[in-house]
Design a protein around this ligand. Structure first.
Ligand SMILES: [Zn+2]
Length: 389
């Protein structure tokens, strides 16, 4: 049962505090420390736990276990001693910004579309919220704008513990049936929600809210977004990336997608040209096979699987030999990619024998076998000639 009157509730901006150690035992995750009061927020309500220190001991996780807040530390603390707790404030304030931003966005969407927030997840990089109905990108852009307008208005948040009778009359969002003391976090004009998390005092402190993605999810949608410090870090990273791409492409940072499209078009045109040149080369090569050959064999450098296939098909189509084989070195080690094809000889059994003899892999049908031989060129040449000449 949550008491809802710990220090992190009474003074959500407390970064440093004094407390007495009431318990310290060794557990599987390190030392498990309990205090007579704490500013460390335990994981809960979608919000991650605070990190920080208790004297010299590092606090790497905080959980509420059977109503008691347990701090997981890397060092033992003497029971009965007074300790100084310090919260990793960048992390906590970032959590407050993002959790309050989540209420704001969920409240706006609930007011406009009557959808419920059916899933909320906060990790160290992004926040996701799930809603039980469809939302279009245009709608979301509108909600995002409204959230940022609310941030600019710097609305003070209100936190209250209404009586059972007051709760009856109150319209608020809640994920589950609540019993006992209920903590209602209100952003006047935007949202009212039962919540046990930590929040900023005014919407201005959220700084900014930016949606990153919108995807269909279980009949509704999943929205990924960031607020405050996280949004600033995300923006910084994206500016850096856009700058790097713009330097590579000699384009303005806000016009890089057009420049990338241009590069892709050029690559596609070049690929087409290479395919045409290859075809001319393959035809020229094919014409060197004397008429009436039983077997035509080519070892060619630098052909892709598709190019090997094109060349071999061309040899068969032009009936250059009874059996045609094309090989090119594989990317790794002493191996050759191969294709053997024939319109007249059944290759199925021979293909298997050759795989066995040349440490090969692959297969095919009677007219066509492909794969890799793991053997030296001379050995491959000898075995293939024995089989088909
Ligand atoms: Zn909440």
């Amino acid at each position: 049962m949550e008491s809802l009157d710990e220090l992190f509730y009474r003074e959500p901006y407390a970064r440093e505090f004094q407390a007495t150690v009431t318990g310290c035992t060794k557990g599987p995750k390190g030392w498990e420390v309990t205090l007579d009061d704490t500013a460390f927020y335990p994981e809960g309500g979608g919000q991650t736990a605070d990190h920080g220190t208790l004297d010299k001991a590092k606090v790497s996780d905080v959980k509420r276990v059977h109503g008691v807040i347990v701090h997981y530390t890397d060092a033992e603390l003497a029971v009965g001693s007074k300790v100084t707790g310090k919260i990793d404030w960048d992390r906590r304030f970032d959590n407050m910004q993002n959790h309050s931003g989540e209420h704001l966005l969920s409240g706006i969407i609930h007011a406009k579309l009557k959808y419920d927030n059916v899933g909320f997840h906060m990790d160290d990089s992004v926040i996701t919220v799930d809603f039980n109905g469809p939302i279009t990108p245009e709608q979301l852009a509108g909600f995002e704008k409204e959230a940022n307008d609310a941030i600019a208005k710097d609305v003070p948040l209100d936190i209250a513990f209404p009586s059972a009778e007051e709760l009856e009359k109150l319209d608020y969002r809640s994920k589950k049936e609540l019993s006992g003391r209920v903590r209602i976090v209100t952003i006047p004009g935007y949202d009212s929600c039962a919540c046990c998390g930590t929040h900023v005092a005014r919407t201005g402190e959220i700084g900014i809210l930016k949606c990153l993605s919108l995807a269909k999810h279980r009949g509704g949608v999943r929205i990924e977004f960031v607020c405050g410090r996280r949004a600033w870090l995300d923006y910084s990273k994206k500016v850096e990336e856009a700058h790097a791409v713009s330097m590579l492409l000699s384009a303005k940072p806000n016009e890089i997608s057009g420049a990338v499209q241009k590069v892709l078009d050029e690559v596609a045109a070049r690929d087409q040209k290479i395919a045409q040149i290859n075809e001319r080369y393959f035809r020229l090569k094919a014409s060197t096979v004397p008429a009436g050959q039983k077997f035509a064999l080519f070892f060619e450098d630098g052909l892709s699987q598709i190019e090997i296939k094109k060349f071999c098909n061309l040899l068969v189509e032009e009936k250059r030999a009874g059996v045609c084989a094309v090989l090119s070195p594989a990317a790794s080690g002493n191996a050759w990619n191969y294709i053997v094809a024939s319109d007249t000889t059944d290759l199925k059994a021979i293909g298997k024998d050759l795989n066995k003899a040349l440490n090969g892999r692959g297969g095919g049908n009677g007219k066509f076998v492909q794969g890799t031989y793991q053997a030296a060129r001379e050995e491959i040449e000898q075995k293939l000639k024995e089989a088909f000449s």
